[in-house]
Design a protein around this ligand. Structure first.
Ligand code: 13P
Length: 241
């Protein structure tokens, strides 16, 4: 079961001290039931991966430039650079970036560059509230998968994160019966060797109680609650208790 922390644009060097609690907690997992991955801002990838070196917790990045090669792209980093400083995973297609203008075609280029650099891509998909109300969820997800993963051969190596836009940071989560149907739809779309499918959007130690019995979900992508070690640990504890 994956527990992936997306810190978004939060955290500085001091924040890393708070991770000792999570490191200690991760050592209690003798049977390797869960996999913890931290995706901090780029500024923290190197220090965080150094700090987590002797642990089983891994580090990822939150986005990249689509070019495999260095170039005159002020303010950007590419997937090779992220790999070079310790990232093993790469979140792409997050709705916050889609809303900021990233389209399926651009995301597809980024997915290809991430895979080429040897990063494990966490590919985010999800519908807006309007699309949900108009009963367009499956249509939107199918489009995001088809275009965003165009020409990607080994889809089973990806991690898909289903994050309804309306549930991110709002405290709202889908009804379990809707989520079961949507996850099954996503897995069907991805074929026989379906990748892991995670859920993201307002996951916390309370909401997770409603999500934990959905056996088709392979883990969670957690925003707000992942910045507080206690809240993050509480979510994991709720799953296994
Ligand atoms: P919240 O958990 O804060 O709703 O954010 C979810 C998210 O966007 C993770 O990528």
């Amino acid at each position: 079961m994956y527990f992936i922390a997306n810190w978004k644009m939060f955290g500085d060097l001091r924040t890393l001290n708070s991770l000792d609690k999570v490191i200690k907690f991760s050592k209690t997992d003798k049977k390797k039931k869960f996999k913890l991955i931290y995706c901090p801002p780029n500024t923290l990838i190197r220090p965080l991966s150094k700090r987590l070196k002797k642990t089983k917790i891994e580090v990822g990045a939150q986005n990249c430039h689509e070019s495999d090669n260095p170039g005159a792209y002020t303010g950007h980093v590419n997937s090779k650079m992220l790999k070079n400083v310790g990232a093993k995973y790469l979140i792409l297609g997050h709705s916050e970036n889609r809303q900021a203008g990233e389209n399926d075609k651009l995301i597809n280029l980024k997915v290809k560059s991430g895979i080429k650099a040897g990063l494990k891509v966490i590919f985010c998909i999800g519908e807006t509230l309007k699309e949900k109300k108009n009963k367009k969820t499956n249509q939107v997800l199918a489009r995001q998968i088809k275009r965003g993963l165009k020409s990607i051969k080994k889809k089973s190596k990806l991690i898909i994160a289903y994050e309804p836009v309306w549930s991110i940071g709002t405290g709202l989560i889908p009804k379990p019966e809707d989520l079961i149907k949507t996850v099954s739809f996503i897995k069907k779309k991805l074929g026989k060797t379906s990748p892991k499918v995670l859920y993201g959007g307002s996951v916390n130690s309370v909401s997770v109680s409603q999500l934990k019995d959905i056996s088709s979900i392979d883990g969670f992508l957690i925003g707000g609650a992942s910045q507080d070690p206690k809240k993050f640990i509480d979510i994991i504890k709720k799953i296994y208790n």
